[in-house]
Structures are given as structure tokens and as C-alpha cells.
Design a protein around this ligand. Structure first.
Ligand SMILES: [Zn+2]
Ligand SMILES: [Zn+2]
Length: 253
């Protein structure tokens, strides 16, 4: 069978996406891509999936289509801790996200905030981001860490090579490798090449994610694929839960 790309991360109308599940599936078909629906499952995100019952109904819906059955869970939220194992097994794969990071004083800072307090310098932010990721990797039984370099808009203006120290990058790679969590190469929030290469060289599995919310975005893995190829990663080593398995238990005998 010839390899086709797997978009491990896309949204539907179950959360904040514009396409129905049927439309996501059709988009994958027309692009020749294995697509996933990974809607937000959280009490603190724009989504209808805010209870165990809603998650079961969502999975019932996904099972009717040719899509991988995923979910994007906020680390800072409690809902992922409440899902029973028999529900977890229904997912082909799960994604963990830092939509909020924990600061030193125990408070949380949203990764989408337009205004950072003066006390939160870029160095302090990245240190808290990496420390939060280390907790996520220890606590969350997910398969993929979404958009590893997602930071608030003011910090996106900085050169990532200055925002990120190599020591911080090394900590991200070590945390993901020890936990067996894949590094998402996101088309929506593309990581800088140095970090992708560091992850690849350390043997961390990479995954492609459009993080698509619209028709043109869903299945658009080309920018991510260009980065994984530039890092020397072979296409068939890119994460595909149907081939590489999953921590959800979906593929256990
Ligand atoms: Zn996200
Ligand atoms: Zn997403």
C-alpha cells in the first residue's frame, strides 16, 4: 500500500471547526489524506464536548465516517482526568495541549492572551511553558503534544531562536521522548526548524497536524510535511495511530 499523509489534528462543528464530520471526511478523500477529527474536549474551550455523555455521542458520530477518532484535551482542564477507560479506548489517538500554562505562583496564563503583564518576560514565559510541558508529559496519557511552540501573539513577533534557548528545546525533547509522546509539526503554528531537527535527531516521533478549522485548512499538511522532510524524517515514520498504535488502547488485542 502506498503511503499517504495522516492529518492527526483537525476540528469539526463538534467544537470550533466550520466543517461537519462528513465534510472533513470528504475533504480527506479528495486530498488523498487520512484525516482525523480531534475536537476540543474540555470545560474551558469553545466546544460542545464538555461531559462524558457528550464525548460518547461524539465518538458515535465519528464512527459513522472514514476518519480517525481523536480529541484535543487541555492540560490545565480537568475533563481528561474524568474519562473512563472504556471511553478512552474508543479514541484512535489523543492530543494534549497547553492552551494555558502554569506560572511559578500557581496561576495560569492563557496561550492566546494579547496582553502579557510586564512581569512576564519572554524568558519567564518560555521557562513556564517548558515546565508546564514537563508536567503534561508526566501526567497526560496522550499520543501527541499539539503545537509545541504555541505562545501568546506578542511573543510570536520574536525570533524563535532567541525566544527559545537550546536548553529549553532540549528539555522539551527529553520530556516527550521519555513519555513516548509525538511532537506535532503544526501547519497552523509551525515550529522553527532547529527544534524539529532536535526532536527528530533525538528519536522523538513526529506527527503532522493541520489544526484545520476551515475547508482550506483541514488536511493541509504540506507546510508540516516540508518541515519533517527537511529534518530528514522518512514519511512512513510520521505518526499514524493505525500503524504505530496508540496509548488509548484502541489497537490492543
Ligand atoms: Zn490547540
Ligand atoms: Zn486544535
Amino acid at each position: 500500500m502506498t503511503w499517504k499523509p495522516t492529518d492527526c489534528h483537525a476540528h469539526s462543528t463538534h467544537s470550533d471547526g466550520a466543517l461537519s464530520v462528513a465534510e472533513v471526511a470528504a475533504r480527506g478523500q479528495s486530498l488523498g489524506i487520512q484525516v482525523s477529527v480531534t475536537d476540543h474536549i474540555s470545560l474551558d474551550a469553545p466546544t460542545t464536548l464538555d461531559s462524558v455523555a457528550a464525548v460518547n455521542a461524539y465518538l458515535d458520530d465519528l464512527e459513522r465516517y472514514e476518519v480517525l477518532r481523536g480529541g484535543e484535551f487541555c492540560w490545565h482542564d480537568s475533563l481528561w482526568r474524568a474519562l473512563p477507560a472504556d471511553v478512552v479506548r474508543r479514541f484512535t489517538h489523543r492530543i494534549g495541549s497547553l492552551h494555558s500554562i502554569r506560572l511559578d505562583d500557581g496561576s495560569y496564563c492563557r496561550a492566546f492572551t494579547q496582553l502579557l503583564p510586564d512581569s512576564l518576560t519572554p524568558e519567564i514565559y518560555i521557562e513556564a511553558h517548558v515546565t508546564s510541558l514537563e508536567s503534561l508529559a508526566n501526567e497526560m496519557p496522550v499520543d501527541i503534544f499539539a503545537h509545541p511552540t504555541l505562545v501568546p501573539p506578542p511573543l510570536r513577533l520574536l525570533d524563535p531562536h532567541e525566544l527559545w534557548s537550546e536548553a529549553h528545546e532540549a528539555r522539551v525533547v527529553t520530556a516527550l521522548r521519555s513519555a513516548g509522546i509525538a511532537f506535532e509539526v503544526s501547519s497552523r503554528y509551525p515550529p522553527h526548524e532547529r527544534l524539529v531537527q532536535r526532536a527528530a535527531h533525538a528519536g522523538v516521533r513526529l506527527s503532522l497536524g493541520s489544526d484545520g478549522h476551515s475547508r482550506t485548512q483541514v488536511g493541509n499538511v504540506a507546510p508540516a510535511l516540508a518541515l519533517t522532510r527537511a529534518a530528514g524524517v522518512s514519511d512512513d515514520a510520521l505518526y499514524d495511530p493505525t500503524r504505530h498504535g496508540s496509548r488509548t488502547g484502541a489497537f490492543d488485542a
